[in-house]
Design a protein around this ligand. Sequence first.
Ligand code: URA
Length: 263
Amino acid sequence: MSRPAAAPSERPARAPATEPQPRAPMATGGEPPRPRSPAPASGQPAAARSTEGPPRADAREWSAARKLDYLREKNLGNCQRCALARTRSNIVFGVGNPDAEIMFVGEAPGQQEDRQGIPFVGRAGERLNLWLDMLGIPRDHAYIANVLKCRPPNNRDPEPEEVARCSPFLRAQIRAIRPKVLVALGRFAGCLLTGVAERPLYQMRGRVWSYQEEKLDARIPVVVTYHPSYVLRQGRDSPPGKSDADAQVLTDLRQVVGILRGA
Ligand code: URA
């Protein structure tokens, strides 16, 4: 956890008023968004348009913060790629240190997150904060995002189609940040980051997986653990942080700290 703290990359919850952006081609799980020129203003000559966006080679040299900003504002924009756009209040892009060594990935925003546009600010977020405190990991040393950027109605499970459309943005966040370790919170993040098809969470815990994809020239270790909401449900009769499920998560997170220390 020795990387320098950088300005948080949290974006305004709502996209700029100049949106909406055009619908992007369907991202069928394989086509991550890339930095590209902003949508041309109508009537603008082609030559002028071509100077608006940075050349792609240049973008590779950008800081993680700048890549995340571009991804949020220009690629994701006022996303209308799936039906969740109609029921969300805010897009919940991600929060934290763009130069983080540790990146947490949850499932999807809940009610509080949808209201505030920030991941893990409700009860699940309080439990995550507690775990981080217990392990001495400052929240601003981490980056936190979700598989889905918009809240599914009534917190239902993400649909495969929604994951297929939204996960390229998570993959692009991971490429921008290049954390030393990824922590998947819950089954949906676990399956996505490990690349395994449907598998119960308890079968994904207890080992270090490897995240890889064609556009990333590195493998990133992945630890899968329980989602804080699950732990809250399991530990209703225990003091905060003291249930069996909490203990299992803390075991998993100690493994994460070991990876960060090079163990
Ligand atoms: N649950 C999640 O998976 N993500 C959040 O941001 C909040 C609750």
